[in-house]
Design a protein around this ligand. Sequence first.
Ligand SMILES: C[S@@+](CC[C@H](N)C(=O)[O-])C[C@H]1O[C@@H](n2cnc3c(N)ncnc32)[C@H](O)[C@@H]1O
Length: 274
Amino acid sequence: MADEPASPAAGTAPPGIDASVPQSARVYDYMLGGKDNFPADRAVGDAIIRQLPSVRAQVREQRAFLGRAVRFLAAEAGVRQFLDIGTGIPSAGNVHDVAQAVAPETRVLYVDNDPLVLAHARALRPGSSQGRVTFIQADLRQPEAILAHPAVTETLDLTRPVGLVLVGVLHHLRDDDDPQGIVATLLGALPPGSYLTLTQVTGDVHPETMAGVKASVEQSGIPYILRTRAATAAFFAGLELAEPGLVPVQEWRPDGPRRGAESTYNYGGVARKP
Ligand SMILES: C[S@@+](CC[C@H](N)C(=O)[O-])C[C@H]1O[C@@H](n2cnc3c(N)ncnc32)[C@H](O)[C@@H]1O
């Protein structure tokens, strides 16, 4: 796969984008079969595949979890606003695609710290006629700066429930970054009835394999923090977990044929702020 022909984007990195430094969004894009990645990203992806041959299935499971969770929030919990941090390069089944298919008036604020994600997002110009969709470049490690950004109040009504989505991003926060404090700060700004949706990779069941994945990714400079189920559950302290609770992502309300992922590599859960 590393020898696939480079996409036009791979040949001509936009201004301000360093193609030689691997980035999470582009490695993830490679795993999803996208074309918005560079050789350095594909090298990291291939190193992960060597450690965990089923990783592409795991990534698809995470993406499918995101879709099911957002559909649940939109269709069953009545959530009409989302704050999605660690958005990634737009792909099929983005948060606004799923939520606006249920309720076209849904508003979504996307946040990512990778300028390439923003470049793609601007080109996408998504959104139904009624629902507003906004993208900003900001860092999850600075939640106060995200909350203070004018796009928050321009896009979201913080007196009404918001779905906070942290899918595939918390493993990029080191414990020194105080991820629990970050999540608590974000949730603290959202009213009762808001929801937290997250995933977190783990070495609980396959410690050696996941230690190898972690080493491969971190060699490239991208933090890759594994957390236990207990450490992941701590993000939900004080919240009401929706059924079936905190489980491997593929076991969260599965709605179709399995995509081939087995066992436990990545926890996912959805919970309501009382
Ligand atoms: C693995 S992708 C997940 C994409 C998407 N949420 C999904 O589940 O399909 C992780 C994304 O988080 C972003 N990211 C990593 N660290 C971040 C940070 N500190 N602040 C904001 N975004 C971050 C990366 O740029 C990347 O786009």
